[in-house]
Ligand binder design. Structure first.
Ligand SMILES: *Cc1c(COP(=O)(O)O)cnc(C)c1O
Length: 509
């Protein structure tokens, strides 16, 4: 997040090679060259040098150190990005995932030589099944969104098997995460949106009138994206099951109920777990995720192949699942990420996991108490309902008075060296700020964050014009949202950027 001197703003492959000390193969004495060439069999020798940057060690170290200083992460400060559960990744997780015995295993090794890792994966699948209350877990999907898609394919396969291919609709509340309707549509279903009621919960009457023989299932997260527990969940699940539909649990919000209540016991048939959220593996800028998916019987028959099994003598990969929807990920999933989750669960234990949800809920409600008297922030939907692991505020009153938007306040927080909350989600809240501290944040930091937010509001009332040019202190200034979205100007790679942007604005080059 620090400003960097201009001379240092290069991409790694833009360094001037002439400044770099390096030893070329051609510079070696002839006898060494001959020795090296003779020790590499001809058929595996490359014909041309690889197209990689030619940097000295110190330049490579400086480059990556500089990049690490330009970005912000949970290891640097408070990161209350709602819905994302940006919790601390204990460093012992990294150590375990980097253990040589695990790091060098090859996915094509014989099963008998990888019994250790299979046991870890098998045990993890049992722990997750127990935690969410299902019969069988597959660790394969690489993210929550991919698990949702997998779950929708399982729903389709199940209904098809029962000669009910006419079940073409998936019901999704209007507070849902965007991946829910996207996954359902991608799997070929029609999405039917169910409105929320005054308490911010799914409107049960609207649900009753939406279900029919066309209902394939419902996708729901609980606590929902407003951080509110769906108190009618048992009735909701009865309504869906009575018409022959299935319930899918979007597990992104599991942190709010961990160890307290299980989605399986609420009536959900298919459940995913974002181990990169609830179980501490770093994600977003910090690394890839994993989205294990669990099901109740008889849906286990449809899980992706292979599943990891144990026959009391050995662990093995089971490909013998004739009803499986097939493969959704290369090999067995993002094992490195899964290992971090396994390490986290082991060192937290049952009591520790319960504390996670208790502290994350406590942190949210403490924060709400600190800001509740400010009349420019609103807590939409019934404010007397305690929130769980996260809360959604509306800055609509501030906007109405000053035209300062949630976006501007978020940029102000970035300028102060704090990560902004999630903004403009869920879609049903105007000028939304979605805040989730997780259990990891200290009381002091929550107080500091609340003070910063109140200070931003005070400033917005006094000097609203100051906000449109923020942020000033970050390595990247305010982005142009239109350019970032328009096909003529967005650039997803350096090559695209050079072609689309720099060619037209050579003075910037
Ligand atoms: C993060 C999230 C998802 C998607 O999970 P990914 O692992 O990011 O694909 C789905 N629903 C909610 C509520 C989320 O917060």
């Amino acid at each position: 997040m620090f400003k960097q001197a201009k001379w240092n703003e290069k991409l790694i492959f833009e360094y001037d090679e002439s400044n770099t000390y390096k030893l070329f193969f051609e510079d070696l004495p002839e006898n060494e060259r001959i020795y090296i060439m003779n020790s590499i069999p001809g058929k595996i020798r490359r014909e041309n040098p690889p197209n990689i940057p030619q940097l000295s060690e110190i330049e490579a170290v400086r480059h990556f150190t500089r990049l690490s200083q330009m970005s912000y992460g949970v290891d640097l400060g408070v990161y209350p990005l709602g819905s994302c559960t940006m919790k601390y990744n204990p460093k012992i997780n990294e150590e375990i995932a980097n253990n040589d015995k695990i790091l060098w295993i090859h996915p094509y090794q014989d099963e008998e030589t990888i019994q250790g890792i299979l046991k870890i994966l098998y045990d993890l699948s049992l722990w997750l099944a127990e935690i969410v209350g299902v019969d069988k877990v597959s660790l394969q999907p690489a993210a929550g969104a991919q698990a949702e898609f997998t779950g929708c394919l399982i729903m389709r396969a199940y209904h098809k098997d029962n000669n009910e291919e006419n079940r073409t609709e998936i019901l999704i509340p209007d507070s849902a995460h965007g991946t829910n309707p996207a996954s359902a549509a991608q799997a070929g279903f029609k999405v039917v949106t169910i409105p929320s009621d005054d308490d911010g919960c799914i409107d049960v009457e609207a649900l009753k009138s939406a279900v029919s023989a066309r209902t394939a299932g419902l996708m729901l997260t609980n606590p929902n994206t407003l951080g509110i527990f769906e108190k009618n969940i048992l009735e909701v699940s009865k309504i869906i099951h009575e018409v022959g539909g299935l319930l899918y649990y979007d597990g992104a919000n599991l942190n709010g109920i961990l160890g307290k209540v299980r989605p399986g016991d609420m009536g959900f048939d298919i459940v995913h777990i974002n181990v990169h959220k609830t179980f501490s593996a770093p994600h977003g800028g910090g690394g890839p995720g994993a989205g294990p998916i669990g099901v109740k019987k008889p849906l286990d028959e449809y899980l992706p192949v292979p599943t990891v099994e144990y026959d009391k003598h050995k662990y093995y990969l089971n490909y013998n699942k004739p009803k499986s929807i097939g493969k959704v990920k290369g090999f067995y999933g993002n094992i490195n990420v899964l290992l971090k989750a396994a390490a986290y669960i082991l060192h937290m234990g049952y009591e520790g996991l319960k504390k996670v949800s208790e502290y994350s809920v406590l942190n949210t409600n403490y924060f709400l108490k600190l800001i509740k008297d400010n009349s420019y922030i609103r807590l939409p939907f019934n404010p007397s309902i305690p929130r769980k692991h996260e809360c959604v505020l509306s800055l609509a009153p501030l906007y109405d008075k000053t035209k300062v938007k949630a976006l501007d306040v978020a940029k102000w927080l970035l300028d102060r060296g704090m990560h902004a909350p999630t903004i403009y989600f869920p879609l049903i809240v105007k000028e939304a700020l979605m805040i989730e501290f997780t259990e990891c944040e200290s009381k002091e930091n929550i107080e500091k964050y609340a003070r910063a937010l109140l200070e931003a509001i005070e400033l917005a009332i006094k000097e609203p014009n100051k906000f449109s040019s923020l942020p000033q202190n970050t390595s990247v200034k305010r982005l142009d949202d239109v350019k970032a979205n328009h096909p003529a100007t967005y650039a997803l790679s350096w090559k695209m950027y050079k072609k689309k942007i720099l060619s037209r604005t050579p003075h910037l080059n």
